[in-house]
Design a binder for this molecule. Sequence first.
Ligand SMILES: [Zn+2]
Length: 295
Amino acid sequence: MKIALLDIGGTYIKFAAAQDEKPIEACEEYPTEGKKGGPHVIDRAIGLLEKLAPFDGIGVSTAGLVKDGYILYANENLPNYTGMNIKKILQEKFGVPVAVENDVCAAALGEAAYGRGRENPSFLCMTFGTGIGGALIHEGKLITQGGLPVGSFGHMITHKGGRLCSCGNRGCLEAYASTSALVQAVQETTGRRLNGREIFTAFYQGEQEIQETVREWMEEIVCGLFSIIHILNPSCIVLGGGIMNEDYIIDYLKKELYDRLIPCYQEVQIIPAQLGNRAGLMGARYLTEKLLTEG
Ligand SMILES: [Zn+2]
């Protein structure tokens, strides 16, 4: 059984093939060219899938809210993507079953099936990048309500009347605690546009302005997690996104949270994701295998 996998993000499309029980084969990535619009993105996706043909099924992890295989909502990074029925388009083009899932949910399902979930069947997943994504996994299954996932923690308002968020409102957690918010804050304090890795290099080298900015940013994450833990009482929180590869962040969050949480909530485990930037593809694989074996 061969499955073609796509991970359509705002910046890159990743694609790979998975054969039988083997690990996914070499994963390649190409610019999404999202600003050219949804139909262009799908044409690119079809072009990449043709390179992998023949296959028995297609698994797609994609930016945007997904319901029944179509895009219910996508932001301005992918204009005209909203409303596209990806499942139907790809099924008609290739004549094989297609599974489509939102990228955050796919990453959480990937972790559940092949990563952290092997030791923690229930966990809350948060990914830090351009925004903050969230998903809840209970006993290996994604929690949904009305066909949509639960856990858009990024749009929890933590600053009344604060910074403008990508959702159009003000003061959302992701406007303060996402990786983009950190990059922006560093630019404002130092005048330099650094990526996450460069920021942490400067942090470890002892640059004071950057250390202060990073600590303020981590405090924003602590505030968000503090609220979420008291609301949901999760047994485990898995933190994803490239920036969470910095052990320093995980150690800081653990220390600050365990000091502040009401004692009965201190049992929560806080751990980094395990599958890195392949989590979305792995989740898409899991869903497609399920589709092909269970019908
Ligand atoms: Zn928002």
